[in-house]
Design a protein around this ligand. Structure first.
Ligand code: HAM
Length: 424
């Protein structure tokens, strides 16, 4: 009988063999960042609630509907982090990293929590790998982050993904655009909630996926026509550098994202094999976030890639999952004295960097050899009382079935040697 407990709705257990695939995805996302000088950073899984209200934005869905917020026994209002950018910027400011060499380049990997309606690719507990570059407005780093994400996806073998690119403009461009968009939207026949959004956050209305809204928005003014000279030059530089780096992108002047801190560059990675939750990653520039958290002006740009959605995208493309690491030597003791001897052997092999395992529970030879077979081991080592008396072990090469005797005091060296001969 299984237990009466279940993983909470919208969450899931990562159980073998899928764990290997998740580790491989995280590693592939981190590798290009580490080569580009990004340092690893970790922040707590929960933060003061106000950090997200101020950082992500009071009127966003994330803050109004999706946060896991609670008051602690001590009376503190905290929230399980729904995203990583505001916490990372808080940590940079708190630890004065911005007073050292700029830009600060960091990457992170962890769990995030959003109370969303669960569906395929949308969970209440999910994981991201993220990157942030803080302390420069230079468009070079916008392009750099996008290239590094594309390289991560490519390294995983993904090909059916697209890069959507937009600029939301800076404070130089946004007020005029916002006013023009509001004027257009106010003339539409809107439901109450949308009408409220027009006043609070009109750009988010562009994100409304309902077909009648998409039709009504067909002639809405686009940010492209409102970009200041500086914003346009910044955007053009990002586009040029991406093209030079061989990254195809689609200009999407209607791209807006659900977090309020974005300014200028905005991008999303979408995959065609995922259905509704097609965003496998996204990010952008957030030049005003530090100030909204009470810090100095500190421009930044970054992204977060969804680990689970990336894995779904790989499965949609039929990309095989990596195998769990095999075991090179499987030890089969027959009797307690042999167990002591082989336990020592397995420990010695592992310390020498060889993967090794041992049959436990006093299994008989037949069952233990089955376990050796399942382990995928290159060699099985069998020792019984007679072998101990003769100071030898019986070694079987699993692929050929060939058996030979090795002196116990030479066993570890002999196995290491044979394994390295086989590998070269
Ligand atoms: P985001 O677009 O909210 O951005 O999330 C990034 C990625 O996390 C999404 O593209 C998606 O793959 C994954 N994701 C988000 N929510 C869920 C969910 N409920 N279930 C499964 N996967 C999900 C951010 O979080 C920003 N902090 C990115 C950023 C970094 N912008 C600048 N720097």
């Amino acid at each position: 009988m299984s237990s009466t407990f279940r993983a909470p709705r919208g969450t899931f257990d990562l159980v073998p063999p899928r764990g290997e695939a998740v580790l491989a995805v995280r590693d592939a996302m981190a590798a290009p960042l580490r080569r580009a000088g990004y340092a690893y950073i970790e922040t707590p899984a929960f933060e003061e609630t106000a950090l997200f209200v101020r950082g992500v934005g009071e009127s966003t869905d994330v803050v109004t509907k999706e946060m896991y917020s609670f008051t602690t026994r001590g009376g503190d209002d905290v929230t399980l982090r729904p995203e990583g950018t505001a916490p990372v910027l808080r940590a940079i400011l708190e630890n004065n990293l911005h007073r050292g060499a700029l830009p600060v380049k960091v990457w992170y990997s962890g769990s995030y929590y959003r109370y969303e309606r669960p569906q395929r690719g949308r969970y209440r507990h999910f994981s991201q790998v993220g990157a942030e570059v803080v302390g420069t407005e230079d468009a070079t780093v916008d392009a750099e982050t996008i290239v590094l994400a594309v390289d991560a996806y490519r390294n995983l073998g993904l090909s059916s993904f697209r890069v959507l690119l937009n600029s939301l403009g800076s404070e130089e461009s946004r007020p005029a655009y916002r006013a023009a968009l509001q004027e257009y939207l106010r003339a539409l026949d809107l439901d109450e909630e949308t009408a409220r959004r027009v006043e609070l956050n009109p750009l988010r209305v562009l994100d409304d996926t309902r077909p009648q809204m998409q039709a009504a928005l067909a002639d809405a003014p686009l940010i492209t026509g409102f970009l200041s000279g500086g914003d346009r030059a910044h955007h053009d530089k990002v586009r040029t550098l991406l093209t030079d780096a061989g990254v195809d992108f689609l200009d999407d002047p209607r791209l807006v994202r659900g977090l309020d801190y974005y300014t200028r560059t905005l991008f999303e990675f979408v995959h065609d094999g995922l259905g509704a939750q097609s965003a496998i990653g996204g990010g952008g520039r957030y030049d005003g976030l530090s100030e909204s958290l009470g810090g100095p002006r500190l421009p930044g740009v970054g992204w977060a890639l969804g680990v689970e959605r990336t894995l779904l995208a790989m499965e949609a493309e039929g990309l095989g999952s990596p195998e769990p690491p095999g075991c090179a030597v499987f030890a089969v003791p027959l009797g307690e004295d042999a167990e002591r001897r082989l336990f020592a052997l397995v420990t010695e092999l592992r310390r020498a960097g060889v993967s090794a395992d041992i049959a436990t529970g006093g299994r008989g030879l037949k069952g233990a050899m089955k376990a050796a077979d399942r382990s995928g081991a290159t060699f099985a080592v069998v020792v019984g009382d007679r072998d101990l008396a003769d100071r030898v072990a019986q070694v079987k090469e699993m692929s050929t079935g060939e058996q030979f005797e090795v002196a116990l005091d030479r066993l570890s060296d002999e196995l290491v040697k044979r394994l390295s001969d086989a590998a070269s």
